[in-house]
Design a protein around this ligand. Structure first.
Ligand code: NAP
Length: 264
């Protein structure tokens, strides 16, 4: 059994991860962390009866007490780096879904993985359908270089655009390069009306109650458009990817960035 702890246990994703790991035959939840000092039994969070595993409020203490092999992190953009540093320092392999990490953060983690010889897996999106959406978009951009991205999420999301949208734009840029789109003299009558600009790709973020995580990649060509859309209609959609990552990370080689790297 692979010993796993979950950071962000009271969160929307954290609870789903606890359930998925609890139900997997090869993974075992040995601890959980959240900043709130409520000290709840994880069984109460996932409707599994008492387990005796109590959510702690300090990552280092939980690691000392539970000796995990893997730490899953679905917390907040401003705390994930601190959790990652603690995990790597303690020889615990991080599996990270928290979005909002910068290029500089990724460089630091990559170097830290090499130095500590501890592996890590970071995925802006753990949904296998979303990975396919990104791969198909990268391919389509070879033939349809004019593209805009609309991502739609629940209104509690902290970062915009989403990590998935940014990563899709990176992959599309690899296919078609940097390119100015639209009319060269276009004027925004309201600032931001044309969305953010990533290498010429316009990116639009919708935040409304009711959504989970959705994205449309719209390609425009002569007399035609092509839309590739993915919808995560519940957070369960991310769980097969998270479970796979927990099993894979122990034997990975340094930092793995993107679930697609282990789906090949
Ligand atoms: P959420 O419901 O706000 O959950 C985050 C939880 O982490 C909260 O309970 C929060 O407590 C807690 N937390 C804050 N600081 C912490 C710390 N230092 N240690 C441990 N726990 C801490 O958010 P969510 O919807 O679950 O999303 C979490 C992250 O996952 C976001 O970055 C989101 O974008 C990302 N996400 C990624 C994927 C993917 O496939 N990669 C999919 C969905 C979501 P407080 O509320 O008290 O701060």
């Amino acid at each position: 059994m692979i010993r796993v702890i979950v950071c962000g246990a009271y969160g929307k994703m954290g609870r789903e991860v606890l359930k998925a790991i609890h139900n997997d035959a090869q993974l075992s939840i040995v601890g959980a962390v959240d900043v709130k000092s409520d000290f709840v039994d994880i069984g109460d969070l996932i409707g599994a009866g008492k387990t005796g595993i109590i959510v702690g409020d300090d990552l280092q203490t939980v690691i000392n007490e539970t000796k995990p092999q893997v730490m899953v992190d679905f917390t907040r953009p401003e705390v994930v780096m601190s959790n990652l540093r603690i995990a790597l320092k303690n020889g615990v392999c991080p599996v990270v879904g928290t979005t909002g990490l910068s290029e500089a953060d990724l460089t630091e983690i990559r170097e830290s993985c090499l130095k500590t010889k501890v592996n890590a897996l970071i995925a802006p999106n753990f949904s296998i359908g979303a990975i396919l959406m990104m791969k198909l978009s990268q391919d389509a951009a070879k033939f349809f270089p004019h593209v805009e991205i609309i991502e739609l999420h629940h209104d509690q999301k902290l970062d915009a655009p989403s990590g998935t949208a940014l990563y899709t734009a990176e992959l599309i840029t690899k296919s078609r390069g940097v390119m100015k789109q639209g009319h060269p003299d276009e004027v925004e009558k309201i600032a931001g009306a044309r969305g953010g600009d990533f290498s010429g790709i316009r990116m639009h973020s919708v935040r409304l109650p009711g959504y989970v995580a959705h994205q449309e990649v719209i390609f425009g060509g002569l007399g035609q458009t092509l839309t590739i859309r993915h919808d995560s209609i519940s957070r369960e959609s991310f769980m097969p990817g998270v479970v796979l990552a927990c099993k894979h990370v122990l034997t990975a080689n340094g930092l793995v960035y993107g679930l697609e790297e282990i789906l090949k």
